[in-house]
Design a binder for this molecule. Structure first.
Ligand code: MG
Length: 381
């Protein structure tokens, strides 16, 4: 393994775990975090959760599981080149979407609306809640008891109101400090991964056309380079070569720009990184502009495509109806969730949070099945 740079997160300077544990015998603390994430139930459920395309639409599309693995791959490449902690970026990348609801952003928006009077719903905060609380596996503590640094990376965004209740982990959202470089890498690797695979999946689904995408400068440049190099290339190969070139261009730009920013600031420790007023992992200004333009095009042409919109409408209705049914009639919940509500003995707010946990944990297909079981007359079991 490449030696860690002085500004990387290391075990020696880690802020440790919430509940004390003996260190692992032959793994690093961050490898252990990654391993705990891989063995969690929430991680397995990522296979049947999607962001744009719902799971039953086809086996060829990304799921949140394959998305998370792609984010881990890009993160590790960048981390290794910068002398950062690869085990940590991998753990963050694999865990970053654990809190997502079924049906991607449509599901999250619906659940957030349901939780309006009870503190709202944020998927990043929910990812943290999954690893801190909702996974029930270990004898001595709730959740996975991950290191501070992995948890810091998982919490990519957070509202100020929620940050106030999070202690040291929430501070950076209040005082404008930064997370570790590993967290910053995983964050931007997420952007690189989803922008590119949404182009790929959108083309595969027939919701996007090459001619539409060439309106975005970044796509057009890579596409034309590929065509100039292999004029006879057609079909999926030209798409793959273009996407491969896009990922490579973005990762290379990110690496070069970040390395220059790190060299200019000269951080000597993670605390120097955290104390700096700006994120040091970043795209160059022209790349950021191109990246944004492509995102904008995807928003208009893919995420707002009527077929995606119809699916989102349906998804929102499913999530809302499930939430309302369980919130108003907790007896319809499975026994263990009912018991948890009774044990807490809390008021409406606590009940809403536990129902939101239950609904958010569902996969797309489980939510659809629950909806059928609850609301259609031909499925009474
Ligand atoms: Mg993601």
């Amino acid at each position: 393994m490449t030696p860690l740079a002085p500004y990387a997160v290391s075990e020696a300077t880690s802020r440790g775990r919430t509940h004390d544990e003996d260190g692992p015998a032959y793994r690093s603390a961050f490898q252990r975090d990654r391993d705990r994430i891989i063995h969690s139930a929430a991680f397995r459920r990522l296979e049947y959760k999607t962001q744009v395309f719902v799971n039953h639409e086809g086996d060829m599309f990304r799921t949140r599981l394959t998305h998370s693995i792609e984010v881990a791959q890009i993160s590790r490449t960048i981390a290794r080149a910068l002398g950062l902690n690869e085990d940590l970026v991998e753990a963050i990348a694999l865990a970053h979407d654990l809190g997502h609801t079924p049906f991607g952003h449509a599901g999250q928006n619906a659940l957030n609306a349901c939780m309006h009077d009870y503190g709202g719903f944020e998927h990043n905060l929910q990812s943290l809640r999954v690893v801190d609380l909702l996974e029930v596996r270990y004898a001595s503590f709730p959740g996975l008891n991950l290191t501070y640094e992995t948890r810091e990376g998982i919490l990519k965004h957070c509202s100020r109101a929620n940050a106030r209740g999070l202690g040291p982990l929430g501070e950076r959202f209040l005082n404008g400090s930064q997370p570790s470089l590993e967290a910053q890498v995983a964050n931007l690797a997420d952007e690189i991964a989803y922008n590119n695979h949404d182009v790929d999946d959108g083309l595969r689904a027939g919701l996007l056309e090459i001619d539409t995408l060439t309106a975005a400068e970044f796509f057009r440049e890579q596409y034309e380079t590929v065509r100039a190099r292999w004029p006879a290339l057609v079909g999926r190969r030209i798409v793959h070569e273009t996407i491969r070139a896009m990922i490579n261009r973005q990762a290379t730009d990110l690496l070069d720009t970040s390395r220059a920013a790190i060299d200019a600031v000269g951080p000597e420790s993670v605390d120097d990184v955290r104390g700096h007023r700006m994120a040091l992992i970043r795209f160059s200004a022209p790349m950021l502009e191109q990246h944004r333009a492509l995102k904008q095009l995807l928003r208009q042409k893919l995420y707002r495509h009527y077929r995606v919109f119809r699916m989102s409408m349906k998804a929102q209705r499913i999530v809302k109806d499930l939430f309302d049914a369980f919130f108003n009639t907790p007896r319809a919940l499975p026994h263990d969730t009912q018991r948890r509500i009774e044990e807490r003995g809390g008021g409406e707010s606590e009940r809403a949070r536990l129902v939101a946990d239950y609904v958010a944990g569902m996969t797309d297909r489980f939510a659809i099945a629950e909806y059928r079981r609850l609301f259609t007359a031909d499925a009474l079991t």
